[in-house]
Design a protein around this ligand. Structure first.
Ligand SMILES: Nc1ncnc2c1ncn2[C@@H]1O[C@H](COP(=O)(O)OP(=O)(O)O)[C@@H](O)[C@H]1O
Ligand SMILES: [Mg+2]
Length: 270
């Protein structure tokens, strides 16, 4: 068997929260409290669980937006949590994040061309302006947008279109691992399905590995190869998606499954 792309062992990310008052001790929030998982190249692992269970902190720790308290995360055999920031910088191309709110992550003052051109420039992926424009146009087409939108600004687009642009910005650098954190949660249900299908199609086509984070087990069904169920900072159950959906072992997984709205199961049926 091939080596995993990402191997996480006993990862903990704790936060110290200062308490007001002279005599109160600082409070420790154990947001991520000892989780382990692997992601194989080309595999989609979903991380699900209720709000506040620590999912985003996992994603943020793996992209070094938060500092891990302890544990190991090896990406292609390199420990990404301990390496100095300068050593991690080139890996920022390989490990990309899609966020819930594309509006918050798109700079309102940059045209779409510059929004997508910036990562090409930062990672030195285009030798000329012409090459950059060609790549930007191709990537916009890839996410179902007209390349003519290049000269426009983020506010001119709907939520779903903005998320497509956000996805284009990630895809344009050809990452090896995408961490999608509630990528469709802010969208209307009808748009959710379209964007989800797009992500799935792009993932299949490119063979990018993915950590797909969602509070909604219904959303992850189609996209996942495996599912990890998180509860209070820990993974309580992890398995093949068929096992998780058809034969969940843990009571909490069963509870999450029973909370999936009926419309979601209808959508699965079509
Ligand atoms: N920077 C931070 N400082 C203190 N507590 C935090 C910080 N980030 C997250 N938390 C807390 O960690 C827990 C997990 O948060 P989060 O990872 O955002 O959960 P989820 O994404 O599953 O909703 C929550 O209790 C949250 O309030
Ligand atoms: Mg979150």
């Amino acid at each position: 068997m091939s080596a995993p792309l990402l191997s996480v062992r006993d990862l903990k990310t704790h936060f110290t929260v200062k308490q007001p008052g002279l005599f109160s001790d600082d409070r420790i929030v154990r947001a991520v409290d000892g989780i382990s998982f692997d992601i194989e190249p080309g595999e989609v692992l979903s991380l699900v669980g209720e709000s506040g269970c620590g999912k985003s902190t996992v994603g943020r720790t793996l992209t070094r937006l938060e500092e891990a308290t302890s544990g190991v995360a090896e990406f292609e055999g390199q420990d990404i949590l301990q390496m100095p920031p300068a050593a991690f910088r080139p890996l920022r191309r390989d490990i990309q994040m899609i966020f819930q709110d594309p509006f918050a992550s798109l700079n309102p003052r940059l045209t779409i061309a510059r929004t997508l051109g910036e990562p090409l420039f930062i990672h030195k992926l285009a030798k000329s302006r012409e090459e950059a424009r060609r790549k930007i146009g191709e990537t916009l087409e890839l996410v179902g947008m007209d390349p003519a939108v290049m000269s426009r600004y983020p506010h001119e687009f709907s939520g779903g279109q903005r998320q497509r642009i956000g996805i284009a910005r990630v895809m344009i650098v050809e990452p090896k691992l995408v961490i999608a954190d509630e990528a469709v949660s802010a969208l209307d249900v009808s748009i959710q399905a379209q964007v989800l299908n797009l992500i799935k199609r792009l993932q299949r086509k490119s063979g990018i590995a993915m950590l797909f984070i969602s509070h909604d087990l219904g959303v992850v069904r189609h996209i996942s190869d495996r599912v990890a169920v998180m509860f209070k900072g820990q993974i309580v159950e992890m398995g093949d998606k068929h096992q998780i959906f058809e034969a969940p072992k843990h009571a909490y997984t069963q509870e999450l499954l029973s909370a999936i709205p009926r419309v979601a199961s209808h959508r699965e049926a079509v």
